[in-house]
Design a protein around this ligand. Structure first.
Ligand code: MSP
Length: 509
């Protein structure tokens, strides 16, 4: 069995409504899944919900309902988000699933038996929002970072995982596996963090302080730390206890935001896996944050962007396009409704939408609605062929480097070149003459445009799955949909009847 490509996202906290950050991450992972499938890979794509811990327990209390009921409601919201954004996961994991609890307890027991977990008294500062112990040195200009929320002093007996025992192993691992953290500059941040000695990780919470969690297998007075529980979701989802675990594991891409790289995914997670003798995931694909006017989104600032509002107004695919076109994976990006409107009108409605609608219109007006064979090529036709022959590999390679913004930039520059070709040939002028040569040229022009649109649609599939499919449908294309023979420049549509019209991107006020 060939190993599947296993792509995961962070699992979202079950303590609020989904926002644009959640939406982006799921769309990015979904687009990656689609792009690998178009290249013949068998992909398993998992996302899910992180349901334990203090924050979730407090939100349930605020809502006046039991924790699980609260999580069920939030799971509905997040699954609904995926559905509305055409995020087609293969598995949606919830950390309250019995199977997941079994895996977490098994991992904890193994680490305990191996002597990697010990009990000790601890006094320290605890961040209620980050749900972990923090240190004075984490303060920035004498203040706690805002995402720490309230920081309180706590003294209690807890269980600790021997993190520092593995610190030098991790440094060597990160240094010798440049593909482990993408983009590369984040790996440097991780190594910077590892220059200082790290502390062992407190992996328990006494039940009297927090009961909403998975009970330790070796002490029923405690539940496990929310991050230990959450990280293990990735192996649960690969069917940890099953014989087919190695079909998916090690994961190929953990798609996560920049805030949970250090220490959670780049320090705790590889060390937990190494201590358990489980292979380390290939790549942490870390993205930046969506900001609003340069600021972090927050309920208190009242600037939280609801993704479904935009998807509803402009269409899901336009929303996906905007997010993947604007953000360079790894960097932060400002969410701007004005820029959204410009992209919608100029790239989507004008460049792509008009091209498709003109093609259908001209095909019916000048060619009886059916695409004909290519006739002899002039220089403009040769140029179109060369354009795709050089651009297709470049676009695919940008996708494969996760440079979605650049893949789309190149693709839309091809679309604009096709629009220029339409102007150059101006079939409406050719149609005024009855000459044999012009007749043949109109047929060839329409066939060329159809072929260009077909290739563009297949290359757009990861980003705009519904619109691309719609374009292939109006072209009557039933051939191969892949990034191999399916994107070769040839007259694949000869003989096809095209739909009469199609409005892909309606005017939005
Ligand atoms: N539950 C943890 C993750 C556990 S993974 C084993 C968590 N949840 S979260 O709901 O706070 O965040 C989920 C994901 O959304 C994270 O990858 C986070 O970086 C991402 N984003 C949250 N806000 C974001 C933006 N404003 N922009 C982009 N992504 C952001 O962390």
């Amino acid at each position: 069995m060939v190993k599947k490509l296993y792509i995961t996202t962070a699992i979202d906290y079950a303590n609020g409504k989904p926002h644009i950050g959640h939406a982006y991450e799921k769309i990015l992972a979904d687009a990656m899944t689609r792009m690998f499938r178009l290249q013949g890979r068998d992909v398993q794509f998992m996302t899910g919900l992180d349901e334990h811990g203090l924050k979730v327990s407090q939100s349930a209390e605020k809502a006046g309902i039991p924790e699980l009921e609260h999580c069920n409601n939030i799971a509905d919201d997040f699954k609904n988000l995926c559905k509305n954004l055409t995020v087609d996961y293969d598995r949606y994991i919830r950390t309250t699933e019995p199977e997941h609890k079994r895996v977490v307890r098994d991992c904890l027991q193994k680490l305990y038996d191996a002597g990697d977990i010990y009990k000790a008294d601890y006094s320290g500062l605890y961040s209620k929002t980050a749900e972990r112990f923090v240190l004075e040195k984490d303060k920035i200009n004498g203040k706690w970072p805002s995402d720490y929320g309230e920081v309180v002093e706590i003294s209690e007996t807890n269980y600790f995982f021997k993190l520092k025992k593995y610190q030098s192993w991790l440094v060597e691992y990160v240094e010798s596996h440049p593909e482990f953290i993408f983009p590369e500059f984040r790996a440097r941040q991780v190594l910077e963090f590892l220059k200082e000695p790290i502390n062992d990780l407190c992996i328990s919470r006494p039940k009297h302080r927090l009961s909403w969690g998975i009970e330790l297998p070796f002490d029923s007075e405690y539940v496990t730390y929310v991050w230990f529980d959450a990280l293990v979701n990735y192996v649960t989802g690969a069917n940890y206890f099953g014989e087919n675990f190695s079909d998916c594991w090690p994961a190929d891409y953990h798609v996560i935001g920049k805030d949970i790289v250090v220490p959670a995914h780049a320090v705790y997670w590889p060390i937990i896996l190494h201590a358990l003798d489980i292979a380390i995931p290939k790549t942490l694909l870390t993205h930046g944050w969506w900001l609003v006017s340069g600021e972090k989104m927050s309920k208190s600032a009242g600037n939280v962007v609801n993704p479904l509002e935009f998807a509803e107004k402009f269409g899901t695919d336009a929303f996906r396009y905007y997010l993947l076109r604007e953000m360079t994976v790894g960097q932060d990006c400002d969410f701007s409704p004005d820029r959204f409107a410009i992209r919608y009108t100029s790239d989507l409605a004008n460049d792509l939408g008009n091209l498709v609608s003109r093609l259908l219109n001209m095909c019916h007006r000048y060619c009886g609605g059916a695409v004909k064979d290519f006739g002899p090529f002039g220089e403009p036709e040769n140029r179109m062929r060369r354009l795709w022959e050089t651009s297709v590999p470049e676009i695919i390679s940008s996708y494969n480097e996760f440079a979605f913004h650049s893949a789309l930039e190149k693709l839309f520059s091809c679309v604009r070149a096709v629009n220029s070709y339409v102007e150059e040939r101006s079939p409406w002028k050719l149609a005024k003459s009855d000459g044999e040569i012009d007749r043949q040229l109109i047929d060839t022009t329409i066939a060329i445009i159809s072929e260009c649109v077909r290739i563009a649609a297949i290359l757009l599939l990861p980003v705009m799955p519904t619109i691309s499919k719609k374009i292939l449908d109006v072209l009557g294309y039933g051939g191969e949909v892949n990034w191999d023979s399916g994107v070769r420049f040839d007259n694949f549509l000869a003989g096809n009847r095209l739909a009469e019209s199609s409005i892909l991107f309606p005017r939005v006020d």
